[in-house]
Design a binder for this molecule. Structure first.
Ligand code: C5P
Length: 224
């Protein structure tokens, strides 16, 4: 661990998509690459934090100098997050699947001439909302993300209240922006004090600026 404004602090970061199995070979997923979350984890470690990165399936190597816990499903991510507590701050960057198939077929489902069977979905646990309501175990600072394709700021404000977190980092993931899966991000930071828009920049730069902010909020670092 490096020394820095976050020395002695433990920060939890979730990143990547989750995979929700349908049967042994099929799953539901989304286009999250994990890049923004991995960059945030690395930036926090660079400021001296002890970082636990809980990651869904990604093609990215585990960042050096921090603990990466790899999981597949939302429920596994929830368990890994609970096991990583206590933490001084949590950054929930993962694109957690909202729903999972109610049952997972033991064997690969086959075409049986009767046409496709409907897929019954049930809701996954909300990791950000549970962390925000974790009582004594609630991290002092809980940061959520909002990937939206329309009226980004309005949705993000509502999300701040609904999830009970302290900040929402909102981004527009409409296909035309190239943000989801890409290397750049354009974010808005929503807090109880209002909304701030950051210019479009690399995901690494967003991560460094956010890490500085987190250090300042936890009572160290230069902040921005
Ligand atoms: O509700 P929505 O999925 O848009 O909220 C996004 C935020 O909530 C992100 O910070 C994401 O990591 C978090 N989330 C979560 N668990 C879920 C769904 C979303 O932690 N099941």
């Amino acid at each position: 661990q490096r020394s820095g404004p976050l020395s002695g602090r433990h920060v939890l970061v979730t990143a990547g998509p989750t995979h929700e199995p349908i049967d042994p070979v099929r799953y539901l997923a989304n286009r999250s690459s994990g890049r923004q979350g991995y960059a945030i984890a690395a930036a926090l470690a660079a400021l001296g934090a002890r970082v636990t990165l809980v990651s869904g399936p990604t093609a990215l190597p585990s960042p050096p100098g921090l603990a990466t816990v790899r999981v597949e499903t939302a429920r596994q991510m929830m368990t890994a997050v609970e096991q990583a507590l206590p933490a001084d701050a949590a950054v929930c960057c993962a694109a957690v699947a909202d729903w999972r198939p109610e049952t997972v077929a033991e064997n690969k489902t086959k075409k049986d001439g009767k046409g496709p069977q409907p897929l019954k979905l049930v809701e996954n646990p909300d990791i950000l909302a549970s962390l925000s309501a974790a009582g004594d175990l609630r991290p002092a600072l809980v940061v959520g993300f909002a990937a939206e394709t329309e009226t980004v700021a309005a949705h993000a404000k509502a999300k701040l209240a609904r999830k009970g977190c302290d900040w929402i980092v909102a981004n527009d993931v409409s296909p035309a922006t190239g943000i989801m899966g890409g290397t750049e991000n354009a974010v808005q930071i929503i807090t109880a004090n209002g909304i701030e828009s950051w210019e479009r920049m690399g995901k690494d730069a967003v991560a460094r600026r956010l890490a500085d902010r987190i250090a300042a909020a936890l009572g160290g670092g230069s902040g921005a």
